[in-house]
Design a protein around this ligand. Structure first.
Ligand code: FE2
Ligand code: FE2
Length: 176
């Protein structure tokens, strides 16, 4: 059975591929930041860091609101789910710290780098542990993907005014 793809966002054929696409995108943004860090263009760095924060915030929220509750109910591994939620909380804390400063702050680049390290570790755990367990469980990943895509689109409109969908490299004046 094919599910209609009414959303225009990611190719959301199922929940796992959609979240993995987000992961790939955000990992690339962190790599871009590491390159920019050396060149040291303040405005570009800040625009990129803002985009990273916005993408991560939306991704974390759709996981917390839709994917994690479904996964928690389906796979019976509260310890793993609790750890994932604690990791989200740490990342959010760092995102808030970043949003409170600008790139003239001596800790700015370090905060982005450490956030990238947290996030890469978290992504690794989701992709190597959580997603395989969810795939084995009896979950309708297509329906869950639709739900995630719809929620993501709503949040993108709220947070970025839809800018991230078209540009991909810059989010003008995105403020959380
Ligand atoms: Fe996550
Ligand atoms: Fe994730």
């Amino acid at each position: 059975m094919t599910t209609s793809k009414k959303t225009t966002g990611a190719s959301a054929d199922n929940a796992i591929t959609m979240l993995a696409d987000d992961h790939k995108k955000v990992k690339k943004l962190f790599k871009d930041f590491e390159k920019l860090k050396e060149k040291g263009d303040a405005a570009e760095k800040e625009a990129l860091a803002e985009q990273i924060c916005a993408e991560l915030t939306i991704h974390a929220e759709i996981e917390e609101e839709v994917f994690y509750p479904a996964a928690r109910a389906a796979i019976d591994d509260d310890e793993m789910m609790n750890e994932a939620e604690v990791e989200h909380a740490s990342a959010k804390d760092l995102i808030e710290q970043l949003q409170a400063i600008d790139s003239s702050d001596p800790t700015y680049d370090a905060k982005v780098t450490v956030l990238g390290e947290y996030v890469n570790h978290h992504i690794e755990e989701e992709e190597k542990e959580m997603f395989p367990k969810v795939k084995k469980a009896k979950l309708d990943l297509e329906a869950l993907g639709e739900e995630l895509a719809t929620l993501k689109e709503t949040k993108e409109t709220q947070i970025m005014g839809g800018a991230a969908k078209s540009s991909g490299s810059r989010s003008p004046s995105a403020r959380l």
